[in-house]
Design a protein around this ligand. Structure first.
Ligand code: HEM
Length: 511
């Protein structure tokens, strides 16, 4: 009898799982049934977990088959071996979610304060410096403290008009960059990523702080210059975050990686403070009042103090440079490898800006449909992060399994976006698949590709970042035909996905 009950229970669970797959859109109707018989988290397929070390051994050199700098490859392995829901236990409960319907269910939890478990060591460092910071900043803070910052800062970022006011300034910087490429006759043997980093520092400097770093001068290209050190400190902060999130030794003594994070943070702090003090001294003078930088608007917010603003300035320097430079690198890579797409892009842009004197306005950008779909398509294939992380704040049921509060969920959008069941010819770069009305248009699941995350915790600067990329692609393609001179490009997952080889491009002037 007992045997019969157990067998029927297993059958029921299996049935529920099957049903769940086939009617995955109807989450709420199923949830009530599933709640009664949720399957234990530990039964979710995944690598074998041992006491104390969990599945951490999988990342150990020589023994493990996972590589912390190749999270995309680990994810492929997991997907092939275990399917759409994969459990890992590297110190915390970790759940990888691959199917867009289930990714949607994760984001539809409607948490008041969506949370991430990341930047833990940075949070620790900032909280140990109350004379400089009030909180860990937007990237690392969770709960009501995060919302206090987010709801205030986002007023300056997310409105449709906010990004538009920076089109002219950004275009000026990008045009200087294009001229610099032309004049300096860049060789394709150089890594173009270095210059995209400099470009994005200049753009964010002007937009966020009304500050020029003059990164392209000879002095600034030296390694000890301010711009070189800011770029290195942003990278030094970001590249250690993920290893420190996984590690515990830094909590006991200052490991070399923790020291590097601290040094990088200190440099970004110093530069931010210098800029801030400078602006405050000039604040009130007529010429300064006219500038519309983000910093100026932060200073006018009554519920922010200088410590909040320093935290945000450091976060901006950390979050803006590498992300936009990597995303632009991949967009150029795909365009250079797909000359017919590049030609289509050129045609659209040349039509929108027919003469050298034509001005690039927000109106022009809104008509640049092909440019935007090239960016979307490039971010589908090569998002800046493999997926999005969320820290679960209550128990939920996914595909019949009980996922306990405190689990870290990683939505595996990069792998899912390359699967043929969700996208036609997924490995091809086809911007047309995003264009309604095109014969190649595909009705792609809205939770498949989420390069800027989702919901109230999504990228605060999405519009700005997309706009900066649009302007860069437009100006480059107007001036040059770009050819790819390297091999296949993969990624190194250092929190964000860095191209694993140099960006080798040849720029052939169009006229
Ligand atoms: C192509 C460029 C960029 C990409 C692909 C990108 C992507 C992302 C992603 C995936 C997140 C996490 C979203 C989530 O958890 O749902 C994020 C958060 C964030 N991004 Fe971006 N980002 C880019 C550029 C920028 C820029 C230019 C800035 C600053 C000016 C910025 C500032 C931030 C901040 C502060 C957060 C944390 C938001 C929060 O937790 O409330 N990002 N970004």
């Amino acid at each position: 009898m007992i045997q019969f009950v157990i067998i029927s229970r297993i059958k029921l669970k299996k049935q529920l799982r099957c049903n769940w797959r086939s009617v995955s859109g109807k989450l709420l109707n199923k949830e009530s049934i599933l709640k009664e018989t949720p399957i234990n988290f530990n039964e979710i397929p995944g690598p074998k977990s041992y006491p104390i070390i969990g599945t951490l051994y999988k990342y150990w050199p020589f023994i493990g088959e996972y590589n912390a700098e190749a999270l995309d490859k680990n994810a492929w392995l997991n997907w092939r071996r275990y399917g759409g829901l994969v459990r890992e236990v590297p110190g915390v409960n970790l759940l990888h979610v691959f199917e867009p319907e289930v990714i949607e269910a994760v984001f539809r939890q409607n948490d008041r304060y969506p949370a991430r478990r990341s930047h833990v060591a940075m949070l620790h460092y900032r909280l140990s410096k109350p004379s400089v910071y009030n909180t860990g900043g937007l990237l690392s803070t969770n709960g009501p403290d995060w919302w206090r910052l987010r709801s205030t800062f986002q007023k300056n970022f997310t409105g449709p008009q906010n990004a538009k006011q920076y089109v002219e300034n950004t275009d000026d910087v990008v045009r200087e960059f294009v001229k610099w490429i032309r004049d300096s006759k860049l060789s394709h043997n150089e890594d173009f990523l270095i210059y995209l980093n400099r470009l994005n520092l200049e753009v964010i400097g002007v937009v966020a702080f009304n500050e020029k770093f003059n990164s392209f001068t000879l002095q600034e290209q030296a390694s000890e210059s301010r711009s070189s050190k800011v770029i290195a400190a942003a990278f030094g902060s970001n590249s250690g975050i993920m290893k420190l999130d996984k590690g515990i030794l830094w909590r006991i003594f200052k490991t070399p990686l923790y020291k590097k994070l601290v040094e990088s943070q200190q440099y970004l702090e110093k530069v931010s403070m210098d800029i801030l003090l400078n602006k405050i001294n000039f604040f009130g003078k007529e010429h300064e009042r006219k500038n519309n930088s983000l910093l100026e608007s932060f200073l006018q917010q009554p519920n922010l103090d200088l410590k909040d603003i320093i935290g945000m300035m450091v976060d901006i320097l950390m979050a803006a440079i590498d992300t936009t430079a990597y995303a632009t690198s991949f967009a150029l890579y795909h365009l250079a490898r797909n000359p017919e797409c590049q030609q289509k892009l050129y045609k659209e842009v040349a039509n929108l800006l027919p003469t050298k004197e034509s001005i690039l306005t927000s109106d022009v950008l809104s008509k640049a449909v092909y440019v935007r779909s090239c960016i979307k398509e490039s971010l589908r294939l090569n998002p800046v992060s493999i997926g999005v992380g969320r820290l679960l704040q209550k128990d939920i049921v996914l595909k019949g399994y009980l996922i306990p509060e405190g689990t870290v969920i990683v939505t595996q959008n990069m792998v899912a976006s390359r699967l043929p069941q969700y996208v036609r010819d997924p490995m091809l770069f086809k911007p047309e698949r995003w264009i309604r009305g095109s014969s190649h248009y595909e009705n792609i699941h809205p939770f498949l590709s989420l390069p800027f995350g989702f919901g109230p915790r999504s990228c605060i600067a999405r519009r700005l970042a997309e706009q900066n990329m649009c302007i860069t692609l437009i100006r480059l393609v107007l001036e040059f035909e770009m050819k790819w001179m390297g091999g296949d490009l993969g990624i190194k997952t250092l929190l964000i996905n860095k191209p694993d080889k140099p960006i080798k491009l040849s720029f052939v002037p169009r006229h």
